[in-house]
Design a binder for this molecule. Sequence first.
Ligand SMILES: *Cc1c(COP(=O)(O)O)cnc(C)c1O
Length: 495
Amino acid sequence: MEEQKTMIEQKMYYKGKPKNELTPITSNWMHELFNDQTVVRGLVERYGSPINIHHLPSFNQNCESYKQVFESYGLKYRIFYARKANKSKGLVKQAFASGIGVDTASFKELEQSLSLGGNSENLVLTAAIKTEAQIELAIQTGVPIILDNEDECRLTQAVAIRIGKKANVGFRISGFSVNGEKLYSRFGFDVDEVIDFIGSYVGENKAFNLLEVTGLHFHLDGYSTHQRSVSLISSIHIAAALKDKGHEVSFIDIGGGILMNYLEDEEEWSSFNENLKKAVTDQSNDITFNNNGLGFRLENGELRGRLNTYPFFNKINKGTFLKEVLDFMDEESGLSVASLLLQNNIEIRIEPGRSLLDQVGMTVAKVIHRKKDAKGQWLVGLEMNMSQMMSSSADFLLDPYMMYNSEVEEDESVDLFFTGAYCLERDVLLKRKTRLPRLPEIGEYVAFVNTAGYMMHFFETEAHLFELSTNLIFTGSNEKLSFFQFIDDTKIVLE
Ligand SMILES: *Cc1c(COP(=O)(O)O)cnc(C)c1O
C-alpha cells in the first residue's frame, strides 16, 4: 500500500502553464514516454537531440477514420497521404499497409515511395514543378500525373512519345466561383477554360494524343468546407462535360487542407485570442517574447492585423470536416454532394497531409543551459534549433511538456522561454512565455507534442552545420515500452 501511494504521487512531468494556457490534445503513447524517461534518455543519447518520434498506430487510426466516412456514404474513394507534410519513410510504408496511397510532390518523393511499395494504383504525382525525370518515372510506372499547365502537357506528351507509353493524367483546376467571387490560385488550369482546352488538344488525333485524362484535381488554399463543396460540384459538371466528349474521367481529387484540432478546450483558445488582442492594444504584452503580436499590431492606437497562426482549435475537423463537404446540398439538383458523386459514378479522392498526422508525432529536446537575460527573464537553451520545429506562421501555439529527472517537491514556479541554437535573436522555440513548477536542470528533456504535420521537416535547415534531427518510427504495441520499438527512419526499407 505504502509503495503504491508514493508511485502515484511521484510526478516527474508537467505541462507548461503559460498565463493563457493552450492545452494540447495528447495521446496515451506520449504519456507512456513521459513516464518512462529511461527510454527517452536512451533514445536521445543514441540519436542526439532533438529526436522526432512517430507513432504508427495513431497514423493507422487516422487512415481508418477517413475510410469509414467514405464507406458510410457508399462512395468510391481513394485516400492519398500528402507526404510533403513529413518526410519519414516509415509513414509512407504505413500508408500502404493501412490501405491508402501517397501523394508525391518531387522526383525523390515519387522514387522513394515506389521503392517502399508504391505503384500506379496507390500513388499520384502532384509536384508544382515537374521535371522531365519525374514525368518519365511516372509514365513508366503508370502513376497518374496531375497536370498544371500547357507546358507540362507538352513535356508529358513528348516524354510519352519518346518512351512509347501513354501517360495517365488528371487536370488540376482553379479559379472556382464561390458566392460570386473567383478563388485565386497560382496553380492549375482556369475552371472556365479547362473543358475547351481538353476538348481541343487532348485525345486521339489531337496534339496531346498520348495523354489519357482519367480525373480532375483541385487543392484549395484555406480551410473552407463550403468552398470545397462548391468547387467539387463545379468539377462534377466539368467531368460530365468531358465524358460527353469521350474522356473517361473517373475521379475527382479534392486535395488536402482538411482541418485538424490540436487543443483540448475551446474556451482556452478564445480567451487566449482575446487576451492577446487586449495585451497588444494596451501595450502590456507579457504573453510573448519581445511583445510579439503574432500578427496583431497597434497602428495609431488601433489594433490591426489578425492572428497569423494555424487555427489550432477546430470543432469541425477530420471526419466531420469531410462530412460537411459531402453533405452540402446542391441547390440546382436538390442533391447532396455525396449523392451527386454517386449519381455520376465518380470516385472521390483526398490528399490529407497534416490531418493524417494528428497525434502521430512528438519532438523531444535536451536542456543545455539556463540563464537570465538583461530583462531578468529565464531562458532555457535547448539542443535544437528553430528550423526543427518551425511553423509557416507566427507560432506553434501548444503548451510544451517538461520531463524532470526527479520529483518536484515544492512549488518553485518560474516563467521562461526555450531558446534554440541558431545565432538569431528570434530563435525562441515557442513565442509564448511558459510557467514550469521549477527551473529545468541541464540534461532534462522538453517535449513538443503533435509536431508531425509540417513542424518537423518542412523548414528544417542545416545552418551552422547542425545535424538534421533523427526521425524515429515507434511501432507501438501493448508490450512494455522498450528502446527497441523505435526504428531509425533511415533504416526503413520494403521487406
Ligand atoms: C499541401 C498539399 C496537400 C496537403 O495539404 P494538408 O493541408 O497538409 O492536408 C494536398 N494536396 C496538394 C496538392 C498540396 O499542395
